[in-house]
Ligand binder design. Structure first.
Ligand code: SAH
Ligand code: SF4
Ligand code: F3S
Length: 438
């Protein structure tokens, strides 16, 4: 039936953001248009994240609120997608009766069919890891038109870090073929994208089929850089063990590859890194950072950290602080370890909760100092800014520098999508201010 409204709420990582766009496109073919209001929707999809316990619990409290909407409007359909859907499957249907549909990340191409069943009053559940490649069965062209775009090139993970649910929720590593990625990138650029961020749970482990055999991420980036109209390339998230020579060289050689790298290390203690099954030492990470900086001296580095992993002593934590001091991160995300059922670390004796909280605070204080310093070091510099949207004040636009800092400037004659030279004049709490250079 035509003219139905779809509301999607997205949790978790950028891959979920990308997936939500693809689901909206698939549902578009079924006559659904996006709305940004839940109370206005015929169908609500919660695209969920399972990475930490809190993230997963949020889904059930949100479903409780959605249920109230459904009590008022029994025709409303509610679906759960993403990593909680994959991990909990039928349990969601049991725990929250208002849910009509549960679909895991590898089956999104089956969504239209499932929605038809739901419209006929059935419930639908699909948490398969199907043989076919979902990307081949999603709409061929993208609906998206914005200056920045995400493009998933790799999915899943075979690394099995001892704390992490991703290998179970996203399945085995797979890389999309080169030609499909290039086609999607050209399509996005035709629709106005000037910056593309390549996505994957282990994006630098990319090894897709291309001309002449398997391509790594470095080669893919070089091919993307040949697309006219595409000004910037980024990728996330990467694993230290998959940073190969060609990709490091690409940071030196490809101007369109932005000087920002998210390279999670998780801990600075070799004992903990081993227990986490990260398969590298703190020293190996530091040497890799040296090589990255030799290739691109102004590289701004970002990382993820977990504190309070089972067995972490004060000395282990001190090693994490020491690594942070040595690297100097421009950006970082840090989390208290969250035990996830089904992962190897779940059974291990836990660090005292108050102790873990206290360590997290100390780490975050240090990271915040480094982050502020990196942002303030931009003041006085001239940077290219890709403007994405209007700013808070009249005549203002806001966008990102190559280092991924938010920058706003008076630019009454420019429109979103413009790439302009800006002199950075101030550093505020979460953004930089600047002036256009004539
Ligand atoms: N593939 C990426 C990270 C994916 S998950 C990598 O290997 O780095 C994003 C981040 O969530 C991880 O880097 C980790 O810091 C954090 N995380 C994952 N599982 C967690 C858990 N059980 N408790 C706390 N943080 C966790
Ligand atoms: Fe999770 Fe480790 Fe895979 Fe990253 S590399 S997604 S942290 S298992
Ligand atoms: Fe969360 Fe799944 Fe991404 S668990 S972080 S949404 S891969």
């Amino acid at each position: 039936m035509a003219n139905r409204k779809l509301f999607i709420k997205t949790y978790g990582c950028q891959m979920n953001v990308y997936d939500s766009e693809r689901m909206a496109e698939a549902m578009g073919a079924e006559g659904y248009t996006l709305t940004d209001r839940a109370d206005d929707a015929d169908m609500i999809l919660l695209n969920t994240c399972h990475i930490r316990e809190k993230a997963a619990e949020k889904v059930y409290s949100e479903l409780g609120r959605m249920r109230v909407l459904k009590d008022e409007r029994p025709d409303l359909k509610i679906g759960v997608t993403g990593c909680v859907a994959q991990a909990e499957g039928a349990e969601i249907l049991r725990r929250q009766k208002a849910v009509d549909l549960v679909v895991g990340p590898q089956s999104y191409h089956r969504l239209p069919e499932m929605v038809r069943a739901v419209e006929n009053g059935e419930t639908a559940l699909d948490t398969d890891f199907p043989e076919e490649d979902k990307f081949e069965h999603l709409p061929k062209t993208r609906a998206k038109s914005a200056p920045t775009a995400f493009l998933t090139v790799q999915e899943g993970c075979d690394k099995f870090c001892a704390f992490c649910v991703v290998p179970y929720t996203r399945g085995a590593e797979m890389s999309r073929p080169v030609e499909r990625i290039l086609r999607e990138a050209r399509d996005l650029v035709e629709r106005g994208a000037r910056e593309i961020t390549l996505l994957g749970q282990n994006v630098n482990g990319y090894h897709g089929q291309g001309a002449g055999g398997e391509w790594g991420l470095g080669r893919l980036i070089r091919a993307l850089a040949d697309i006219d109209g595409l000004a910037r390339i980024r990728y996330t998230t990467s694993h230290p063990n998959d940073m190969d020579d060609d990709l490091i060289a690409a940071h030196a050689e490809v101007d369109k590859l932005m000087p920002y790298l998210h390279l999670p290390v998780q801990s600075g203690s070799d004992r903990i890194l081993k227990a986490m099954n990260r398969k590298h030492t703190a020293e190996a990470y530091l040497r890799l950072i040296e090589r990255m900086r030799a290739a691109r001296p102004d590289l701004l580095l970002s990382s993820d950290f977990i504190v309070g992993f089972p067995g972490e002593s004060e000395a282990d934590f001190a090693a994490t602080l020491a690594l942070v001091e040595e690297v100097g991160f421009g950006m970082a995300y840090s989390f208290k370890y969250s035990p996830r059922p089904g992962t190897p670390a779940y059974e291990k004796p836990q660090v005292d909760d108050a102790e873990a909280d206290e360590r997290l605070q100390r780490l975050q204080a240090l990271l915040a100092t480094q982050q502020r310093a990196a942002q303030e070091a931009m003041v006085g510099r001239e940077l290219d800014v890709l403007f994405e949207k209007p700013g808070r004040l009249a005549g203002q636009l806001t966008g990102k520098s190559g280092y991924l800092h938010a920058v706003h400037a008076q630019a009454p004659d420019l429109a979103p999508g413009a790439l302009a030279r800006v002199r950075i004049t101030g550093s505020e709490r979460n953004s930089l201010s600047g002036e256009l250079i004539a």
